[in-house]
Design a protein around this ligand. Structure first.
Ligand code: 13P
Ligand code: SF4
Length: 383
């Protein structure tokens, strides 16, 4: 439990979080529940499926990225959303919960969104900075007509990238709607510029019959056309950003082969952030929501090796003991940044709220808010 980083204060003073780190779990749990009871419906605690169990127990709702966006978009009675996920998820919640029509419904009242630990980021989202994406866009415009390129950002990205998509006729996708979003994009343009996750982009485009030879990978650290020839960019259908999830890239085709050899009849269930070599040979690939639903709807005795974040797989094992569930990799693959949100951070955040202080507020403003909302609303309208 004492795993998270305690930020240093500039003046060297003890961070106010430190006393919480010395508390036992049962005291933290009691205090968290007391604040939840105090606020009732005015407080909404959202948790992503990768969150650790001891935190998940205190959430009102949990979901995959798409479901969490919908929950934030729907939020009615609440005054504050405490987001037990990572930074881009909290930004998305702020944009959707505080869009103009929601503010009007609430007579202008703003819903505060807070992230219990500001260092809970997403390493994949950090692989694409807005300046890099803008530079790439300008560079490719020298070779192809970017008016016919639809930018698509995975929701695992900063709000500035979502805004870029909103401004350039593009859209946001999640792992649960990536195919529908790419179809939407191809109804409007000839090519897609997909960032930051090359694997989700590639795996999804392959299901649409697009050949990998038409999917050049744009490396932002290469000077010329992201390391591609002019011809490769002209021949492209989907230009993939060179980004990945450090958790899902750990799953390998040999892990699949070993499980199939050692456990005849076992089924392989993976997240589409896994590399193509794994995704291609899996039995089922889908968002965390789909992974849960697939296990839930399977008969007792089904054997699974699951390639996604460790905490979710452990929870599935505990919730479905009548099925045989294995973790696909021999090494620990966990989302270390999401894991930074723990009981001390949650308790500290909530008790501050009770005392009228919003710690770690997440607020997207100005044009970034306006244009990222455009791209998110396009996503929510795609069925
Ligand atoms: P889901 O949308 O499938 O929950 O994925 C989010 C994520 O970050 C996976 O790494
Ligand atoms: Fe980001 Fe990977 Fe963590 Fe998902 S699992 S939040 S993509 S680092």
């Amino acid at each position: 439990m004492l795993n998270a980083i305690i930020p240093q204060l500039d003046d060297g003073a003890v961070h106010p979080l430190r006393p919480y780190k010395t508390l036992e779990a049962d005291e933290l749990q009691t205090r968290i529940e007391a604040v939840r009871a105090h606020f009732g419906e005015r407080l909404l605690i959202l948790g992503h499926h990768y969150q650790q169990d001891e935190v998940i127990e205190h959430t009102d709702l949990r979901g995959d990225s798409y479901q969490l966006s919908e929950m934030a978009a729907d939020s009615r009675a609440c005054e504050t959303i405490v987001f037990c996920g990572v930074h881009f998820m909290a930004e998305t919640a702020d944009i959707l919960a505080n869009r103009p029509e929601k503010l009007a419904e609430r007579d202008g009242r703003y819903v505060n969104v807070t992230l219990p630990d500001m260092s809970a980021g997403c390493s994949m989202a950090d692989m694409a900075a807005i300046k890099q994406v803008e530079d790439a866009w300008d560079d490719m415009a020298e070779v192809i007509d970017t008016d016919r390129v639809i930018p698509v950002t995975y929701i695992n990205s900063a709000a500035s990238l979502k805004a870029f998509c909103g401004q350039h006729g593009g859209i946001v996708c999640t792992s649960s709607n990536a195919r529908a979003v790419l179809e939407w994009a191809f109804e409007r343009g000839d090519r897609v510029f997909f960032f930051p996750d090359q694997h989700l982009g590639r795996n999804t485009a392959l299901t649409m019959g697009i050949d990998e030879s038409q999917m050049p990978v744009w490396d932002p650290y290469q000077l010329d056309l992201g390391g591609n020839t002019e011809q490769a960019i002209r021949d492209s259908r989907v230009i993939l950003w060179k980004g990945h999830c450090s958790v899902h890239q750990m799953f390998r085709a040999e892990h699949v082969d070993q499980f199939r050899k050692q456990h005849p009849g076992i089924k392989i269930l993976v997240h589409p952030e896994c590399p193509r070599e794994v995704n291609d040979i899996a039995d089922v690939s889908g968002s965390t929501g789909k992974i849960i639903e697939t296990v839930r709807s399977s008969p007792a005795g089904t054997k699974w090796a699951i390639g996604t974040e460790l905490h979710l797989v452990h929870r599935l094992k505990a919730e479905f003991p009548e099925q045989e569930i294995h973790f696909l990799s021999p090494v620990v693959c966990m989302c270390a940044t999401m894991y930074r949100i723990d009981l001390p951070h949650l308790c500290w955040t909530l008790e501050n709220l009770r005392d009228g202080v919003v710690v770690n507020p997440i607020k997207v403003e100005g044009d970034t808010k306006k244009w990222s909302l455009v791209a998110l609303e396009r996503m929510l309208a795609v069925k």
